[in-house]
Write a protein that binds this ligand. Sequence first.
Ligand SMILES: Cc1cc2nc3c(=O)[nH]c(=O)nc-3n(C[C@H](O)[C@H](O)[C@H](O)COP(=O)(O)O)c2cc1C
Length: 332
Amino acid sequence: MSAPVNLLPHLEARDALEAAARASLRAPSVFNTQPWVWRISGHVMELSADPTRRLAVTDAEGRLLLISCGAALHHARVALAAAGWSADVERLPDARKPDLLARIQLTGYPGPDPTAATLAEAIIRRRTDRRAYGDRRVPPAALARLAELAEAEGSQLHEVPDERVPELSVAVDEAADVEYFSPAFRSELTRWTHRPAWTGDGIPPSTVVRPAMRRVPSRNFLPGGTPGLTAGPGGDEAASYVILAGTDDHPLHLLRGGEALSAVLLQATAEGIATAPISEAVEVPWPRRLLRRLLAADADPYLIVRLGYPDSGEAPPPSPRRETRETIRILS
Ligand SMILES: Cc1cc2nc3c(=O)[nH]c(=O)nc-3n(C[C@H](O)[C@H](O)[C@H](O)COP(=O)(O)O)c2cc1C
C-alpha cells in the first residue's frame, strides 16, 4: 500500500529527490550543453532551463534546449519511480517564469516499480553511439514498442521506411552543408568540441567518429580534426531511422518530446539497441520542411534517432558531465 509522503522521514524524501536529480544529469543534451538546473526544497524539486546554455546559432529558437531538458525530466521521473516514490509532475507551472519547466512533488511511497527499475539501470549504460552498427536489423516489434513509449509520453515516433531513407539523407546533408558554410555555426561547434576538461560539458573528440560513407551522413564534429573513434567497420546498412515528432513547437510539446526521447533511448538501451540522435536536419528551416514530408500530416519533426545493434562488444566512451553543485541547488 502507498504510504503518504508526509508520514515518511523528511530526509529519505530529500535523498530520493537528490538521487533523482543526480541521475537526470546523465540525460542526453544537444552538444552536451546540459542546459538545466534543479532546485530542491522540502518534498519538491523544480527543473529550470539555463538560457545561458542555449546554442544561439544552432538552436536559435531553443527547441533542442527544451528537448534536452525534457530528457532530464524523464530521467528524474524514472529514478524516482525506480526508487519507489510516486510523484505529481506539473509542467510549465508558472506562465510568468518561462524557464521554470517542471515541478515534481513527491506524493507517496508505493514501492519500487520494476519497469522503471529496468530503465533506471539503463540510465548509467546509455551512451550516444556514433559508430556504424552491425548487420542485424532492429525487429519491427522492438520499433513498435519504442513508438508506444513515445506515444505514452505524448509524442510520436515515425519509422523511416528503407525506400525513403534517401530523402532523410538529403535533408541531413543539406542542413550539414548550410551549417558548414556558416562561420557563426562553425565557431559555435568549435566552442563545444574544444571544451577544457574542467567544464564537464561539450563533445570530447574521443566520442565522435571520422566521417564515413553512410546511408545518412553522421555529423562531422571536428571538420579538419582527427577524432578518436573510427566510424566502425560496416557501412551501417542495417541501421533504422526514426523521427520523433509532435503536434507543434509549443514549449510544452517540445518538453514532452524530450521526455519521449528519454523513454525511447532508455528502453532501447535496456534491449541492447544502440542509439544516436541526429539533429542537423531540424536545425535548418528548409531541411526541416523536407523531414515533414516523411511524417503524417501536421506533425512537427523534433529529432532523428539512428538505431541498431552495436558491432563491437566495447561500449563507446562516456561523455563528461558538469559538477552536481553547479546543476543541483538544495534550498532547505
Ligand atoms: C536534442 C539533441 C540533439 C542531438 N543532436 C545530435 C547530433 O546531431 N549528432 C550527434 O552525434 N549527437 C547528437 N545528440 C547527442 C548528444 O551530443 C549527446 O547526448 C551528448 O553529447 C551527451 O553524450 P551521451 O548521449 O553519450 O551521454 C543530440 C542530443 C540531443 C538531446
